[in-house]
Design a protein. Structure first.
Length: 186
């Protein structure tokens, strides 16, 4: 990312406002719970939109802002929860994994350019990295508190129910973010 031509700032004011706005959108989407056999939130939809609108580099910072807001106790996580305890809890690895989605997208943009197919593939790979990190984290915390858990059980609880909804959220986010990005010219 190039520095602004008028200041020594890495980001322009417009970019900082958009990053903050997408952190707020992520918080709001984390509070929206869609009822299902295993309820899920629109948190990953917001993460995909953040990356789709801002790109990987600015997306990393926006997601970091969201996570830091939650870490200091602001109730931005699902269930209107906040605090480091959420991040260090059994499912906190999935929240931290959002950073990996953005990092994978940032790396793909650097290596292959900003093309729709690259973005979609990078978001899918990033989601897999998020699942892997979150599942490893879940197994570690669960084992410390409740005894050993198998990988199969962890996947049944934490990943398999969310694969189809997350893919649908990714597709919707790509459609929505493409239109928004054109109108705000980031």
């Amino acid at each position: 990312m190039e520095k602004s031509k008028t200041t020594n700032s890495v980001f322009t004011t417009k970019e900082m406002v958009l990053m903050a706005m997408m952190a707020a959108v992520t918080a709001v989407c984390s509070w929206i719970s869609v009822p299902a056999e295993v309820p899920f939130t629109l948190q990953t939809f917001a993460v995909f939109c953040t990356i789709g609108i801002l790109g990987g580099y600015r997306g990393v910072f926006s997601i970091l802002v969201y996570i830091l807001l939650g870490a200091v106790g602001i109730p931005v996580f699902s269930g209107m929860k906040g605090g480091a305890g959420v991040l260090f809890g059994a499912t906190g690895g999935y929240i931290i994994g959002f950073i990996f989605i953005a990092l994978v997208c940032m790396a793909a943009e650097k290596l292959f350019g900003k093309h729709l197919a690259v973005s979609i593939a990078a978001m899918l790979v990033g989601l897999l990295v998020c699942y892997a990190f979150g599942t490893a984290w879940f197994m570690y915390i669960y084992t410390r508190k409740n005894g050993a858990v198998t990988l199969a059980k962890a996947l049944r609880l934490c990943v398999i129910p969310f694969i189809i909804p997350d893919i649908l959220k990714l597709i919707l986010a790509v459609l929505v973010s493409g239109r928004i990005r054109k109108s705000i010219s980031v």
